[in-house]
Design a protein around this ligand. Structure first.
Ligand code: EPU
Length: 336
């Protein structure tokens, strides 16, 4: 018998949508059992629900991954290898590593979501991306229901993407991830401008990984709304990568455009800046809008529907396209 369930508490937009076939997997066997029944029905895999927008009630079967466990599987004098269940909360895991003084993911503090989704979109913040600490993951094929190990080289990690979002989209379910973290001589990443500035302001001369985590938490909380209080999915769009030619064109209209040079020909620019320049920062329309501190974060004021949020996001996309001739790409997964 199918179980109907509101998944309001399982999506950080806080949308009150109903799943007509809701399932939970606490281990790999339960994923395989689920797939034996549902692999042909285009299932939706739910992690922390922090990067997903449901436009309406869900007919497709839903599998919520609740595989737990944080285990050291190998270590040498410099590195520790930790296997983590896909259903562990990401920030709880970061805090666990800080308590053990294992370094590498302190800059990724306070990112909502679960461990299993982290490699799919190669989560990143404040100068660090997940691929820098990713060793391998276990994933179950929807086709043959067998476990396959993916090493870093197999995953095609790029900015906010991986093979699991591209070539193998909806083909595997990640059950565990192995991270390689430092035990000592941590490589601190402090180049991200607001982080660097805060270290200076606070006069911290030899920051520890715990210090970095605290500073990142401070910066994040000052700009990004807490999804437990205001429904949101963090950045709604990716930061676009544009050509030198295009950057020069925009600079000739507004020379203050911020950019990050990727190569001589490619530049990443903040989608938030483009949206703000279209007059959409802090704009509220009905039950949705953009956050007043950050134009890239679309919020649910409480009673928005998925369609309302989606239509608002498409309005932003149109305005940016019209003004800058740049087509923003969603970072959030949209489920019709
Ligand atoms: N900016 C504006 N208006 C705003 C906000 C920002 O013009 O309302 C401009 C500023 O020039 C600022 C620049 O955008 O310097 C960059 O802003 P921010 O540092 O907040 O970073 P972001 O590019 O908007 C990315 C990630 C975030 C991550 C931060 C910090 C993407 C799509 N987003 O945001 O990730 O936390 O950098 O590293 O790459 C997420 O993926 O959900 C997420 C929150």
């Amino acid at each position: 018998m199918n179980i109907s369930k509101s998944i309001k508490q399982f999506n950080t937009f806080g949308l009150d949508v109903v799943s007509n076939d809701f399932n939970i997997a606490k281990n790999e066997d339960e994923i395989i059992n689920f797939l034996n029944k549902h692999s042909n029905n285009n299932p939706i895999v739910l992690g922390g629900g922090s990067n997903i927008l449901f436009k309406k009630d869900i007919e497709r079967p839903v599998l919520k991954i609740e595989i737990k466990g944080i285990n050291v599987v190998k270590e040498d004098s410099a590195f520790v290898y930790i296997s983590v269940g896909a259903g562990e909360n990401w920030d709880n895991f970061v805090n666990w590593t800080l308590r053990k003084d294992y370094g590498g993911i302190e800059n990724l503090s306070l990112i909502p979501g679960n461990v299993g989704s982290a490699p799919i979109q190669n989560i990143g913040a404040y100068g660090v991306e997940l691929d820098s600490v990713f060793e391998s993951c276990r994933a179950i094929s929807l086709e043959n229901k067998k476990v396959k190990i993916f090493h870093k080289i197999d995953c095609d990690f790029t900015y906010r993407s991986s093979i699991f979002k591209e070539k193998l989209k909806n083909k595997y379910i990640i059950s565990r991830v192995v991270f390689k973290l430092t035990k000592k001589s941590h490589f601190l990443k402090t180049n991200y401008k607001p982080l660097k500035e805060l270290i200076k302001i606070k006069n911290i001369s030899n920051p520890t990984i715990q210090d970095i985590s605290n500073l990142v938490k401070e910066i994040r909380s000052s700009k990004l709304p807490d999804p437990k209080i205001i429904g949101n999915c963090g950045s709604f769009f990716k930061n676009p990568i544009i050509s030198k030619n295009k950057l020069e064109k925009i600079s000739s209209i507004d020379k203050l455009i911020p950019f990050y040079k990727l190569s001589d020909e490619k530049f990443k620019i903040p989608a938030a800046w483009l949206i703000e320049k279209c007059g959409m920062k802090g704009r509220i329309e009905g039950q949705t809008g953009t956050h007043k501190e950050h134009a890239l974060v679309i919020i649910n004021l409480g009673a928005a529907t998925g369609t309302e949020i989606y239509n608002f996001s498409q309005k932003i996309k149109k305005l940016v396209l019209k003004k800058f001739n740049i087509l923003l790409e969603e970072e959030v997964n949209i489920i019709d």
